[in-house]
Design a protein around this ligand. Structure first.
Ligand code: FAD
Length: 281
């Protein structure tokens, strides 16, 4: 691999668990993944405030243990006061990084929540907290499903950087050319900030296929057919590990500055991919 491993930025994303048992699992996973020396962990946020307390409580709890944790944040249907309150709370807890998003309206909240574009949230955070937070924003190598055109989506991504974002984290994808082409287009558009590929390990293929349809991530036809032919979940995991490890290797060889893992709160298979890549922190 061409890159110097010690310079790679590795980060791990979690979602807020609903139960005490899930919370225990999250803490345990966090502890084990720490061995890979991540730059930060991140914790998702239900737009519309559905996980407001859980996300904020877990984040501030982990900060007490000195963990580098970035909460995801969006306006959803919340007013400025609520978002400011969260920013204040995070600042006090020593949080120094936020993933700033528009978010999606959770089903059933259609008429209640009103979405605010991520560039406006980035500008809002900068306006009220200056340079305190390192700001990450979402990027879509296969283009956001609601985008009117490829160029529009790049233009709006540029808007997020112009508003003050520091780096991007991508939606997951399995076609490395989508990322490389996207990076070329970003560069042509004048975006010069790092954009880290989001990596989704493959464990349960039916779930992944359903989720991918909603978020606009394409699963290559050959992979879909191969995965759907397996009866034994262990075969799915084995090919998943092989495919995603190869993807990471290709991305890093091609100059990706690091990797952001969607861990689904599990140690495996993220740790197996990192071990296969010989990234041991
Ligand atoms: P935006 O950047 O605001 O873009 C949304 C759409 O509007 C795009 O189609 C874009 O082309 C267009 N657009 C952007 N700006 C403008 C503008 N100024 N005027 C007109 N059109 C515009 N969702 C959650 O609910 N919680 C999470 O914690 C979460 N974490 C995520 C983490 C990552 C790394 C990624 C990649 C996605 C995450 N998502 C999360 C999903 C994300 O919220 C959805 O994809 C959402 O639909 C778009 O959010 P965004 O921040 O990319 O939106």
């Amino acid at each position: 691999m061409e890159q110097n491993m010690s310079q790679l930025r590795i980060s791990f994303e979690f979602f807020p668990p609903k139960t005490e048992q899930g919370r225990e699992k999250l803490y345990n996973t966090r502890e084990q993944l720490q061995a890979f020396n991540p730059a930060f962990f991140s914790l998702t946020y239900g737009a519309g405030g559905t996980t407001r307390d859980t996300t904020a409580n877990i984040v501030t709890g982990l900060r007490k243990d000195g963990i580098s944790i970035a909460p995801h944040l969006s306006f959803g249907g919340d007013n400025e006061e609520i978002v400011l309150g969260l920013l204040e709370r995070y600042k006090e807890a020593g949080v120094d990084r936020i993933v700033a998003l528009r978010g999606d309206i959770p089903s059933g909240m259609g008429s209640v929540a009103q979405l605010v574009y991520a560039n406006e949230l980035v500008a809002f955070i900068r306006r009220h907290t200056g340079d305190h937070f390192q700001l990450e924003v979402a990027a879509y190598p296969e283009i956001h499903p609601e985008a009117e055109s490829y160029d529009d989506d790049i233009r709006f991504l540029k808007g997020k950087f112009e508003a003050g974002a520091d780096s991007g984290l991508t939606q997951y994808f399995y076609n490395p050319d989508a990322y490389f082409y996207f990076m070329d287009q970003c560069e042509k558009a004048g975006i010069n900030k790092p954009i880290y590929p989001g990596i989704m390990p493959i464990t349960n293929f039916a779930n992944l296929a359903r989720f991918s349809r909603n978020c606009g991530a394409e699963i290559p036809r050959w992979l879909k057919y191969r995965m759907e032919s397996y009866r034994d979940p262990e075969d799915v995991k084995k090919l998943g590990l092989e495919v995603v490890t190869d993807l990471c290797e290709t991305l890093l060889d091609g100059g990706a500055p690091g990797l952001h893992f969607y861990t689904m709160n599990q140690v495996e298979p993220t740790s197996s991919i990192l071990k296969a890549l010989d990234i041991n922190g």
